[in-house]
Ligand binder design. Structure first.
Ligand code: SF4
Length: 232
């Protein structure tokens, strides 16, 4: 799976000059998961992080780690822009349908982790991710590191997941516009993949996804193969 590799390189370069802290993955250091969609009311909230969250999937090697670019949660203090990017290494799966199903499974992880006092609002149709952090969680010492450990532990419940790097960006000087563009391109590639795997309609001259297929190596071949196999 290498459709997202160029976006991974660009994401890493978008944060290259910024100060960051790296933590090794430690499941024992994961923040408590309350197991349901907890509501943090405005009056109980310390602040909101308003931003984007997306996954980049690859078969290239990824080290388990959490990277914090900018302030930790306890030092943020008021509403801020934010980004969460998960780079997820999966087994190199030869069968296209299986690789595609796995990407979808990994996408669902963001709806299935519920850090205590860290309310995540996101949707399947967008890369927006808004987090409301409670005063109680801040007082209890919540950090991105703990949230990242919890998130990585959830990805790792999927047996084909090999390594995960979670990057939290809270530095106000980060180039959020560029990250937004990368998130949009990630969405376009994912949507094209959805189409390619689910539609036997194969007419590039009228297809609005052509710009993505022109850019992403292997996408057109995948549609040709999947249409020929009648997967759609
Ligand atoms: S291969 Fe052609 S028909 Fe298929 S998604 Fe790409 S542009 Fe569209």
């Amino acid at each position: 799976m290498d459709f997202f590799n160029s976006l991974i390189d660009e994401t890493l370069s978008a944060t290259a000059g910024l100060e960051k802290t790296s933590f090794a993955y430690d499941e024992g250091d994961a923040w408590k998961d309350v197991g349901y969609n907890q509501v943090v009311l405005q009056r109980d909230s310390a602040y909101e992080l308003d931003g984007i969250g997306f996954n980049l999937i690859t078969s290239a090697s990824v080290k388990d780690e959490i990277i914090v670019v900018g302030d930790e949660l306890k030092n943020i203090g008021s509403n801020r822009k934010f980004a969460r990017i998960s780079i997820v290494q999966i087994d190199d799966i030869a069968e296209d349908q299986k690789a595609y199903d796995l990407i979808r499974k990994i996408e669902y992880v963001k709806y299935h982790y519920f850090p205590d006092g860290y309310m995540i609002r996101t949707s399947s149709r967008s890369h927006k991710e808004v987090v409301r952090v409670s005063k109680a969680a801040i007082n209890s010492g919540i950090e991105f590191r703990n949230v990242g450990n919890l998130l990585i532990s959830r990805y790792k419940q999927i047996k084909q997941v090999r390594g995960v790097k979670v990057i939290f960006i809270s530095d106000p000087t980060a180039d959020f516009k560029r990250l937004e563009t990368l998130a949009q391109r990630n969405n376009q590639i994912t949507e094209t993949l959805n189409h390619v795997m689910n539609s036997v309609n194969f007419d590039c001259s009228t297809c609005n996804l052509k710009p993505v297929c022109d850019e992403v190596e292997g996408m057109r071949e995948l549609h040709f193969k999947s249409a020929a196999n009648g997967m759609g």
